[in-house]
Design a protein around this ligand. Structure first.
Ligand code: GTQ
Ligand code: FE2
Length: 324
């Protein structure tokens, strides 16, 4: 039978050895922390109220011009991370005032917009003009040219989701400015592959809710119109309708999720913590945290979410589990 070897070395010998290793840029792995038996996120569940965010976005528009800021964006910052909502995906609030443009550029980070406020401003994606209305999802996949414009008479405000922290971690960041401030665009396209109008999503969810049994989740994933897969290689998007009084089962998943309340009022229990939400709030769900939603209002609630699940699946790291 094999025995575990028990070597007696002096503290002094060990210290000496470790010091020498350090000078040679080598580390003894037996001193580092044990691998975790399950993911333990550095991030915490957190919610940002629209009633706090909106006035600060308006204030940013007064204090900072589009000439000073490539993008006028407030980054929602997880209390336990530095300046990002989750480790892989940021959630930012962007505001474009009447008459303003956000100049054209492209980058290797993929981005989505979920429109919160304003009707009829637009993003130009690779020469295609995409109109923006509340609840609409607009994609600017990685390395696509995009600029934003607001030719309406009211502020346009939306939620940006980008995979910049992931791209930074992978050291794959590229960025390029367009030759001109804005792109030329052609005639409007009927079903743009970058645009998922809320009017269509709402109608589809309401049809599904009518047909569903009480216990069924009423949720759609947005599909990439070219591939039929997730909208982008690194980001999946969903919209869930919670019927009045509905409580979902608790799930945990190996991915990061950020939520936006398109409309409705209720709360979510995330990792044992209760977050109360209402129209236009944003909240973040750390990886492998049980998450259940409750619609405590008397109207349907629409929850938009984006996650890095496609990344986790591609790497065979995805798991999910249903709670009790
Ligand atoms: O609208 O192009 O929130 O490039 C961060 C980086 C938005 C954008 C952000 C960006 C954009
Ligand atoms: Fe951008």
């Amino acid at each position: 039978m094999l025995e575990l070897s028990d070597i007696q070395s002096s503290q002094e010998e060990l210290e000496d050895y470790y010091t020498q290793l350090r000078t040679q840029h080598v580390a003894p792995a037996w001193l580092s922390e044990a691998v975790s038996v399950a993911p333990q996120s550095a991030a915490v569940p957190y919610l940002w109220h629209w009633r706090d965010l909106r006035p600060q976005a308006m204030r940013a528009a007064k204090l900072v011009g589009t000439a000073q800021a490539e993008r006028r964006v407030l980054r929602l910052s997880n209390p336990k991370l530095s300046g990002i909502a989750s480790q892989t995906l940021v959630a930012n609030i962007q505001i474009v005032m009447p008459g303003e443009i956000a100049r054209a550029h492209r980058h290797s980070a993929a981005a989505l917009r979920l429109i919160i406020e304003g009707k009829g401003g637009y993003t130009v994606v690779n020469g295609e003009r995409v109109p923006m209305f509340p609840g609409d999802l607009v994609l600017t996949p990685n390395w696509s040219w995009h600029d934003h414009a607001n030719d309406t008479d009211a502020p346009m405000i939306w939620l940006d989701g980008l995979d910049t922290p992931l791209v930074r971690m992978l050291e794959a960041g590229f960025f390029e400015e367009y030759a001109n401030e804005t792109q030329q665009f052609g005639a409007p396209v009927n079903a743009s592959q970058w645009h998922y109008p809320m009017s269509e999503m709402r109608a589809a969810l309401e049809r599904l809710a009518d047909a569903a049994n009480a216990g069924d989740a009423v949720v759609f994933e947005y599909k990439n119109r070219a591939t039929g897969g997730p909208v982008m290689p690194t980001i999946a998007c969903h919209m869930q309708l919670l019927r009045p009084g509905e409580t979902t089962r608790g799930w945990r998943r190996v991915c990061r999720m950020n939520y936006h309340v398109v409309e409705g009022a209720g709360h979510s229990i995330i990792g044992g913590q209760r977050l109360d939400w209402e129209d236009k709030d944003v909240f973040t769900v750390p990886t492998w945290s049980y998450c259940a939603h409750v619609n405590s209002g008397d109207r349907p609630a629409f929850l938009f979410s984006f996650s890095d699940a496609p990344v986790m699946r591609a790497l065979s790291l995805y798991r999910e589990e249903i709670g009790s």
